[in-house]
Design a binder for this molecule. Structure first.
Ligand SMILES: [Fe+2]
Length: 319
């Protein structure tokens, strides 16, 4: 990837760079996806990988994996998670029987609540790339930006306090130690939160489905509910078409999915996902003390910097 990604035209690098608008998301079209060539929508991620006696992925599906990885390598450093989908760098998002009501990408009949991808982990993606292979029922993906919400200075102040932990989602299993879970801020900015321009630098870690809100006091719960209501107000719904890529700035925008009825007949909605690290972006200094519940990334394209080796991720907020 490192060898070929730099050879791609500059227009491609421009297309997949992190969205710079307050929406925190962008859709890029043009991936060559032909419904007749990609094969049946796999029954789950294992089947997508050709495991458990499933047919091997089609050449067209593998080509899309490689295309997305190349595009991700142009944008930054693609990575996977040891504990998720077998450490694969390109994940398959398909509805899986028996998981209809989960808060995970395998669900269908329940609303997948807006969330920061892997909000529980300090090494979560900066940029999320979702590629659509099939979406016959025009199932909507939701995106809401914290830079478009309207909150009072008092609400922002409450949400900037580290109050509650965010626990790993079910796709990582449930073997985590709640007792050592660190309290995290929900919404913060390097800019003075009292100033009018605070919204431009707002950054979030938000995953209500995995946040024990009952443990917080009434003031925090009220502010959190206001944030949730605002994220709903500014929500945009995109029914991705085959060949479209949705890029989401994972520090700025939260994403989810509307409920739908899975077909389980090989023609279901099928997305591919790549997590991307942006090496130039820094996060809050406090995050490097989090252990991420033991979840580790698979990062074959990681560039090791001086900051990494000194275990200092810097004190700058990302923009
Ligand atoms: Fe997600």
């Amino acid at each position: 990837m490192r060898r070929y990604a730099p050879g791609l035209p500059g227009s491609i690098a421009a297309a997949v760079r992190p969205p710079s608008t307050s929406a925190g998301a962008a859709i890029v079209g043009g991936l060559p996806v032909r419904d007749t060539e990609i094969g049946r929508t796999p029954a789950n991620w294992r089947a997508a990988a050709g495991r458990d006696g499933a047919a091997a992925p089609t050449a067209a599906s593998l080509r899309l994996d490689i295309s997305m990885l190349l595009l991700a390598a142009v944008a930054g450093e693609p990575f996977g998670w040891r504990g998720q989908q077998g450490g694969r760098l390109v994940n398959n998002i398909v509805p899986a029987a028996g998981h209809e009501h989960e808060q995970s990408g395998a669900s269908s009949s329940t609303l997948l609540a807006p969330h920061t991808e892997d909000a529980f982990h300090p090494e979560r993606a900066h940029l999320l790339m979702l590629g659509c292979l099939r979406n016959h029922d025009m199932v909507g993906t939701t995106v809401s930006s914290v830079r478009q919400v309207e909150l009072t200075a008092a609400e922002r102040r409450v949400l900037a306090e580290p109050v509650l932990p965010i626990l790993p989602d079910v796709s990582y299993g449930d073997a985590h130690d709640r007792a050592t879970a660190p309290a995290l801020p929900t919404l913060w900015s390097e800019v003075d939160i009292e100033s009018d321009t605070a919204a431009t630098g707002l950054t979030t870690r938000y995953d209500p489905a995995y946040t024990p809100l009952d443990d917080a006091d009434a003031e925090f719960r009220r502010a959190y509910a206001r944030l949730s209501a605002e994220l709903e107000r500014v929500c945009r719904v995109a029914a991705l078409a085959p060949g479209e890529l949705l890029l989401v700035d994972n520090d700025v925008a939260v994403h989810g999915r509307v409920p739908f009825t899975a077909r389980y007949d090989g023609t279901d909605r099928w997305l591919k996902r790549v997590n991307i690290r942006l090496p130039e972006r820094r996060r809050r200094a406090g995050e490097n003390r989090e252990n991420g519940y033991g979840q580790q990334i698979v990062a074959p394209f990681r560039t090791v910097t001086e900051r990494d080796t000194s275990d200092d991720r810097g004190s700058d907020e990302q923009p």
